[in-house]
Design a protein around this ligand. Structure first.
Ligand code: FPP
Length: 262
């Protein structure tokens, strides 16, 4: 049986999805951020190596990219590799490093067809050269696209990002190019790795799969007013019904940004 969203989208595909969702009083987050957790446990349940979970997790990335695009999400940020993930076993890290290449090799034509632009946050320069090349090629091939931004957090750490931004602002102050009082929240946000997203830098909704309920250094500054949705579903199992439920739950949330209900 097709899900609610599938039925909805059948009626009004792609371009008008956002309008349709609004007409149905469904709120779609402009910026959706996801902590894709539970690949290892998914593999363990099946007596398979952890990398089998990551491989399956990659297929979920493809599915969720299409779902987010179909409902009118403007930025989809996926936590693919954190600065802390380097401490994992060597074989697992090297498999994770190969995933962007595998993903883009098979998926870029579809991204191009859907007008989706690839971008990244995090220090990509520390990744193996082949990984960097795959990421750069995907960015280049999708650079002219004007639809959803598919933003991978790769070698990303939120605290590191904040420290780096602080250092660059402090250096500008030390050089006499900037007054300390001129550092506003907006200026600070521009220095972060998400600065290029402008007014879309802050996620509206953060989803974390696998039952863990923490931020794990993911967009700590930007998620200050985000809504959080936690599900026990493991990332490789995350499907259309789970996506629908996350969005309908988000729709019911009353976002006040510290103010009072209007
Ligand atoms: C967390 O699960 C997952 C990761 C650290 C890697 C996430 C990567 C993907 C889903 C694939 C990314 C795809 C592309 C295209 C780059 P875990 O291993 O911590 O799971 P566990 O908590 O059950 O052990």
């Amino acid at each position: 049986m097709p899900s609610f969203w599938q039925r909805l989208l059948k009626k009004q595909p792609d371009a008008s999805a956002l309008r349709t969702n609004q007409a149905n009083h469904l709120k779609v987050p402009q910026h959706l951020a996801i902590i894709m957790d539970g690949n290892g446990r998914w593999a363990k349940q099946r007596h398979r190596p952890r990398i089998a979970g990551h491989q399956e997790g990659m297929e979920t990335v493809k599915r969720v990219t299409k779902m987010a695009d179909a409902v009118g999400v403007q930025v989809l940020t996926l936590y693919a590799f954190s600065t802390e993930n380097w401490t994992r076993p060597k074989d697992e890290v090297s498999f994770l490093m190969k995933l962007p290449e595998r993903f883009f090799n098979t998926f870029v034509p579809e991204l191009v067809a859907k007008n989706i632009r690839v971008s990244t946050i995090g220090d990509v320069s520390q990744l193996p050269e082949t990984t960097q090349a795959a990421v750069a090629a995907a960015k280049e091939k999708t650079a002219g696209n004007t639809g959803m931004i598919l933003n991978f957090a790769l070698n990303y750490g939120g605290r590191h990002d904040i420290v780096t931004a602080s250092q660059s602002l402090a250096a500008a102050v030390a050089r006499g190019e900037l007054a300390a009082e001129a550092i506003t929240e907006e200026l600070f946000a521009q220095q972060l790795t998400t600065g290029y997203l402008g007014s879309l830098a802050d996620p509206d909704l953060v989803i974390r799969t696998s039952g863990e309920e923490r931020l794990s250094n993911f967009l700590p500054y930007q998620a200050a007013y985000a809504e959080f949705y936690f599900t026990k579903v493991l990332w490789p199992d995350f499907g259309q019904a789970d996506f629908d439920l996350a969005l309908t739950t988000y729709t019911k949330r009353d976002r006040r940004f510290g103010g009072v209900k209007s």
